[in-house]
Design a protein around this ligand. Structure first.
Ligand SMILES: [Fe+2]
Length: 240
């Protein structure tokens, strides 16, 4: 795909709901930060325990993310447009293959003798960079071609219902982990929209826990006070 084609294939949202936007921003931010961290690591000298644990956790988050799409989004599309998700499904299968390869490589790095770690660390860094390059293209396709398809097949109420089904399927710990990745990755306006919906529709203690444990620790002081101030002013949010 050449660059002109890339740009031309980006549809305007025209006010429609983009269910991929926040979570994909979260994944891109976390993946880029992980790549930088891997690049800055002295694999032969550094204690690798927390790096490798965080990498495993991020891969597991990505794996759950594609499963949620397969359970809650793809079957709904297939009911109205048979075979429309075949390409995306193949890309997910390729992701799963890559998750397994990366897991194996992480285990090899962890168990290797220190004199082998520099070479293996380079291999892990390059393998991870190739994986996220593929994932960036995949997420691009979801936010362009597949969003256009979703907007054609479903109204915004139906798209919100699919997203609610995904959020409702998450255990509280995973939901909080997703919020911790998402909140710092999105714009101030997007944070207000995301959290105003939660303030209006979720139990008070859930909203307060997200503010305390996901927003406060991940935002700079200015961004957190901007968010708190604007949420205080938010009175009425439509429930889809
Ligand atoms: Fe996907």
């Amino acid at each position: 795909m050449n660059h002109t084609h890339f740009v031309q294939s980006i549809p305007d949202t025209l006010g429609r709901y983009d269910m991929y936007a926040n979570i994909h921003k979260a994944l891109r931010k976390a993946q880029c930060e992980m790549l930088i961290r891997l690049g800055q690591t002295d694999f032969a000298r550094d204690d690798l325990a927390s790096l490798l644990e965080d990498l495993r956790e991020l891969l597991s988050f990505g794996s759950s993310h594609i499963s949620h799409e397969e359970v809650h989004i793809h079957p709904a599309i297939e009911l109205r447009a048979p075979a429309a998700t075949t390409d995306l499904q193949h890309q997910h299968d390729s992701h799963r293959h890559n998750f397994r390869l990366l897991e194996e490589l992480i285990n090899v790095v962890q168990e290797s003798a220190p004199e082998r770690r520099e070479a293996l660390g380079r291999r892990l860094y390059l393998a991870y960079s190739a994986f996220i390059a593929h994932d960036f293209e995949h997420m691009f396709e979801e936010e362009t071609l597949n969003n256009a398809r979703l907007w054609e097949l479903f109204d915004d109420g139906e798209l919100h219902a699919m997203e609610r089904a995904i959020v409702g399927s998450l255990p509280p710990q995973k939901a909080m982990a997703a919020m911790r990745l998402m909140i710092p990755a999105i714009s101030r306006d997007e944070r207000v929209r995301l959290l105003a919906g939660m303030k209006e529709n979720a139990p008070k203690e859930v909203f307060e826990a997200v503010m305390e444990h996901a927003a406060r620790p991940t935002l700079c002081r200015e961004d957190f006070s901007n968010l708190s101030r604007r949420l205080m002013l938010t009175q009425c949010v439509p429930v889809y």
